[in-house]
Design a protein around this ligand. Structure first.
Ligand code: PNS
Length: 165
């Protein structure tokens, strides 16, 4: 496995400015970055996975993030199976607060035990520390303006009301 290849996994439902901040930082640290949309059965989804992929691709391009970035999805098994398949030795996660530390720590330890895949935590820009997909989903569902919290392609998509579900 290669510690110069990393995976940034998440639900990305929808992608937020916080996600993009982590992707930008991770892209500058690794030779190849896989941004992976993972189906989380514990969460009720707003957007289909294909739509999240499209929005992530558009957002990464719109932000001008440079580097070898692969946007993909995974719903066939363990996250570490994907990492192993693509030769990635590192998972990158953004940590906004102690709540995130408590949520992420057991997963990081389990993933290390499962496949010797390490997890690297990045601290986001404080400007994005309070942004979460669940808050964006709530604001969007109630007709509020989500543009301060999401990349322009996501804001445009949510604004046009063209969501499929
Ligand atoms: O954006 P999210 O919802 O916080 O992302 C959570 C996610 C998808 C990264 C997490 O649920 C996950 O890693 N799922 C993959 C399933 C898996 O491999 N589980 C066992 C080890 S934790």
């Amino acid at each position: 496995m290669n510690n110069r290849i990393a995976v940034v996994p998440g639900s990305f439902d929808p992608p937020t400015l916080g996600h993009l901040d982590v992707i930008r930082r991770a892209a500058s640290l690794y030779d190849q970055l896989h941004v992976l949309v993972v189906h989380n059965p514990g969460k009720e989804a707003m957007l289909p996975i294909a739509q999240r992929l499209t929005l992530l691709e558009q957002s990464v391009a719109d932000a001008g993030i440079e580097g070898d970035i692969v946007v993909a999805s995974w719903s066939m098994g363990l996250l570490v199976d994907y990492a192993t398949d693509v030769g990635a030795g590192v998972l990158v996660k953004g940590i906004r607060s102690q709540v995130d530390v408590a949520y992420e720590t057991p997963m990081a330890i389990v993933n290390r035990h499962l496949a010797h895949v390490e997890t690297v935590f990045l601290l986001p820009d404080p400007a994005h520390a309070m942004v979460s997909s669940s808050l964006v989903r709530q604001v969007a569902a109630l007709g509020g303006d989500v543009s301060p919290f999401v990349p322009p392609p996501v804001a445009r998509f949510l604004d046009t009301g063209s969501r499929e579900n």
